[in-house]
Ligand binder design. Structure first.
Ligand code: SF4
Length: 228
């Protein structure tokens, strides 16, 4: 499979690990606040699988693993073969996903091709389509949540929040869906030129509200991270 971008070294994307991130292009969601607009529109410089492995052969002494992100990686049939090759290199694998393809996550878990999964939770179920900007099969999202919560690997759920799309009550409703999970990250929206819906359209949550949410829900998770 091909990629449309990479970040050679990340110290923050894979908790407690150093990783290289590979970004696929294309997504079945169109979240207007997405900060990877060009990738979602399939813009970027193509990196072939062979180029990835030439790089990883040299790099693997310095990294613990890779993070595969996007766009939405589970849209690609080539993901299985790619991750089999990554595991043969002895590297850890973190997958970022929007949870729309539980059958892919299930197979990747069964074949022991994942070490960490980060799944985005976009909104309370009744607002999902409005926030994701696409038709959503909520049963698939629910299946992915269950699979990931019951997997024997590390995982996190995460939500990006902006004032125009979610209220504090919405965030508390999302938290209610996954209360008791290992790790949950709330990421405040950051504006920029690469935002899918355009710069200047969306605004971050006010920090006081995020701190209130943190105080009210910190006991619901082993780890609650709020990136203000
Ligand atoms: S934020 Fe939304 S549109 Fe952007 S990559 Fe993730 S799921 Fe796709």
């Amino acid at each position: 499979m091909d990629f449309l971008g990479h970040e050679k070294t990340s110290l923050v994307d894979y908790p407690d690990k150093i990783c290289t991130i590979y970004f696929v292009g294309g997504c079945n969601f169109q979240c207007p606040y997405c900060h990877n607009g060009p990738l979602v529109r399939m813009e970027g410089i193509r990196i072939t699988e062979d180029e990835v492995f030439r790089f990883l052969h040299k790099r693997k002494k310095y990294i613990d693993g890779i993070c595969i992100s996007g766009g939405e990686p589970t849209l690609y049939e080539g993901l299985y073969g790619f991750l089999q090759r990554v595991k043969k290199e002895g590297l850890l694998v973190k997958l970022d996903t929007n949870g729309t393809h539980p059958e892919v996550v299930e197979r990747l878990l069964r074949e022991q091709l994942l070490d960490y999964v980060a799944m985005d939770l976009k909104a309370p179920f009744h607002k999902y389509e409005a926030v994701a900007g696409a038709k959503v099969n909520i049963e698939d999202i629910q299946k992915s949540i269950e699979l990931i919560r019951n997997a024997e690997i590390d995982y996190e759920f995460r939500t990006t929040v902006c004032r125009e799309l979610l209220t504090k009550e919405d965030i508390l409703e999302i938290i209610g869906l996954i209360k008791g999970s290992k790790r949950y990250s709330l990421q405040n929206f950051r504006d920029g030129e690469t935002v899918l819906g355009g710069a200047g359209q969306f605004h971050p949550f006010d920090i006081d509200t995020l701190e209130e949410i943190e105080r009210e829900t910190k006991d619901y998770f082993e780890i609650l991270k709020i990136r203000k």
